[in-house]
Design a protein around this ligand. Sequence first.
Ligand code: FAD
Length: 345
Amino acid sequence: AQVAQVIEKPAVKLPESEYQGVWIYIEQRNGKIAPVSLELLGEGRKLADKLGVELAGVLLGNNVRHLTKTLYEHGADTVYLMDDPVLDQYRSEAYQVGVVDFVRKYKPEILLFGATAIGRDLASTVATELGTGLTADTTRLDIDMQNRLLEASRPAMGGNIMATILCKVQRPQMASVRPKVFKAIQPIAGRTGNLIEEKINVKEADLRTKVISVALDVSDKIRLSDADIIVAGGKGLQDEKGFRLVHELAEVLGAAVGASRDAVEAGWASHSQQVGQTGTTVAPKLYFAIGISGAVQHTVGMENSEIVVAINKDPNAQIFEKCTYAIVGDAFEIVPKFIEEFKKL
Ligand code: FAD
């Protein structure tokens, strides 16, 4: 029988005191900072203050120097910058080298990434290269002050428990964090900080990948993670035609369309529209859950919404435990009435 082989990379086992500071990887695309990076600066500020260390942002890209101002205003004491044409579009092979070089030279004790497509990709390659641990997809962070350890918690066992994971030996302690879990601080206008700039140790000719074009996912006109209102539909809508009701209500409200995993698996929505444990975490002002049963794997992704309106024909549906307004009834009767009324506004 085949036995899985565990390949042990040499761990970075230097004395802890050599590693200082909380670092946030600053994700940007076309010079626009991902909201999760600012949220992480907000949470990172608390962790850094607890530890009595500095908070830093790690910024890589091409012509992104001007973004440092926003980072200082959102709590960063220092920005580690690599600004080079080779970093114009995200490519893990180039970005990984940049982040790893910064870590090896300046030694942060904590390094956090947003759990976005880019953050998940980069965090795992950086952790592998450094031979340290990575707690993926966390939703809570704290410091065990007695042992000076990052406590990174995430749903586990199908979302039924919260597991707190510690990285006891290796440094830095790394985690990726779901968007919309933390809040950015109110920016402090005019706040400034230190800039440490290094050259990227990669040339275009060294890279095996080229970005030819970037295509936007047109299935979501409004990005789920940015939306103030989300209309989400589930298996209760029966088929693709039924799911169109979700789009119609979203259209009237100027909302984004979300979906349960079962609706995504049925092919009525794309994976980028999936809300939940294996999809996106959202926290809009208003969330409609239509024909969604409310399984824990779904609700972990939407329970921070301000107002939840649930429509389900089963009075005992679990979703009613997580909602502000419970509407028991047939979605095919109720949703058209909502559309009609909202159109009048
Ligand atoms: P169902 O559970 O089938 O619910 C349909 C609901 O519609 C029922 O409550 C029913 O009463 C109601 N209904 C039926 N007809 C009508 C009608 N005419 N009007 C009104 N209501 C009606 N799920 C996610 O959503 N997101 C995730 O990220 C996710 N990740 C997962 C990860 C793991 C490891 C696992 C094991 C599961 C995951 N799931 C996820 C799946 C999850 O457990 C549920 O199976 C899924 O959320 C159910 O989708 P649903 O509510 O659309 O369908």
